[in-house]
Design a protein. Structure first.
Length: 373
């Protein structure tokens, strides 16, 4: 057999699909003997198969460089070969990465932060490239923090309403061609409504012989849905509800009845409610003591400033009285006894919020709200 033709040098690009080339007429045999063909490669990353005068050349993933294919033909006695050059040009690989998980779901019962892990699948021959990331999403619905060095995204819901949105994460390797890869992360929040678990009233006592319309206490509801607003209903005709506060509808007398049982229903306005029984204590007043009327006494009580930061100042006509601070759940926070008509109550250690302050002299009792900044 003899070499009777030629093949153009083969130029491919990295990660090209297998290519077929005809070798028709490359070898002939002057005696007309049938020929058997074989092909070998100088580089294991470039392989070839030869059948029916068609050679198929395949490349290993991410390979670029050169190889020499040795094509040979034999008639069983004599053999001849032909060297065929293959060049594979490097091509930039996109900065492909994976994210786990690619979907984050919350319910309104649990709005805690969640994380997504980023895994960069960069080929070894491009390890010197610096990949940077950009992250986009709806900042009104979620807070998202990208830590590229650690390969994590921390996501925290900001809305308590149901939503479905997505984050778009894009990687850039700095190359002009094929230098970008993008993945999407689906985010969703489903609202669920928790049933209230309890009702409190603070305080739960009122002095006897007070005019109808006297303030008794403030209701609050134990509810895992911290943003729910509750409405209240009560049984009986002795008391009434105004917003979240309880007031008397009649003048109470300790000697007639010192304890009232009150059925209270709290509704979260989302279809869930709870009914609880609360006890209201009537405080016995020493009616033999001549004193200022309650109306005059209350009018002379001053509690300021509103809101307060470090101290709450009191002015009272009594020269000896007790001050008690409760939170809205009825828990007693502080209790102090003062002498004098002016005092300052330290509140620096209280958390910001709304509290109740009760001022009680030997004759009267008064409860007011104040705000701690």
């Amino acid at each position: 057999p003899v070499v009777s033709g030629s093949l153009d040098s083969l130029v491919l690009q990295e990660d090209d699909a297998p290519i077929q080339v005809s070798t028709m007429g490359l070898f002939t045999d002057p005696d007309g003997d049938p020929l058997t063909y074989a092909v070998t490669s100088s580089n294991a990353s470039v392989t070839a198969t030869w059948s029916n005068e068609i050679i198929e050349v395949s490349l290993a993933e991410d390979f670029f460089g050169a190889a020499m294919l040795s094509l040979s033909a034999t008639d069983g006695t004599e053999a001849v070969s032909y060297e065929w050059g293959v060049t594979v040009q490097a091509v930039n690989d996109a900065p492909v990465f994976s994210i786990t998980p690619n979907q984050l779901d919350w319910t309104s019962e649990d709005l805690s932060s969640k994380t997504v892990t980023i895994t960069l699948n960069h080929p070894a021959n491009e390890s010197n490239q610096k990949v940077t990331y950009s992250l986009q999403g709806d900042t009104a619905l979620t807070e998202f923090i990208l830590n590229a060095e650690r390969g994590i995204i921390k996501v925290t819901p900001l809305s308590v309403q149901a939503f479905e949105t997505e984050l778009v994460l894009t990687a850039h390797d700095g190359e002009a061609e094929n230098g970008i890869h993008t993945e999407r992360i689906t985010l969703s929040l489903v609202t669920t409504n928790a049933t209230p678990t309890g009702i409190t009233l603070s305080p739960q006592e009122v002095e006897e012989e007070q005019a109808p319309g006297t303030f008794v206490g403030i209701f609050s509801t134990l509810d895992d849905d911290v943003n729910d607003e509750h409405s209240y209903k009560i049984s009986g005709t002795t008391f009434e509800v105004r917003a979240d506060s309880l007031f008397t509808l009649e003048t109470l007398d300790f000697e007639t009845k010192s304890l009232y049982s009150l059925s209270v229903t709290s509704d979260d306005r989302h279809g869930a409610s709870i009914t609880d029984t609360l006890l209201i204590t009537v405080i016995n007043v020493d009616e033999t003591v001549l004193s200022l009327s309650k109306e005059v006494w209350e009018a002379q009580i001053k509690v300021y400033p509103q809101p307060a930061q470090k101290y709450l100042f009191l002015e009272t006509p009594a020269d000896s009285y007790q001050v008690v601070i409760h939170n809205l759940q009825g828990a007693r926070i502080a209790e102090i006894t003062f002498r004098g008509t002016h005092c300052q109550v330290p509140i620096l250690d209280l958390d910001p919020g709304v509290y109740l302050i009760s001022v009680q002299s030997q004759e009267h009792h008064l409860t007011r709200r104040f705000i701690k900044e």
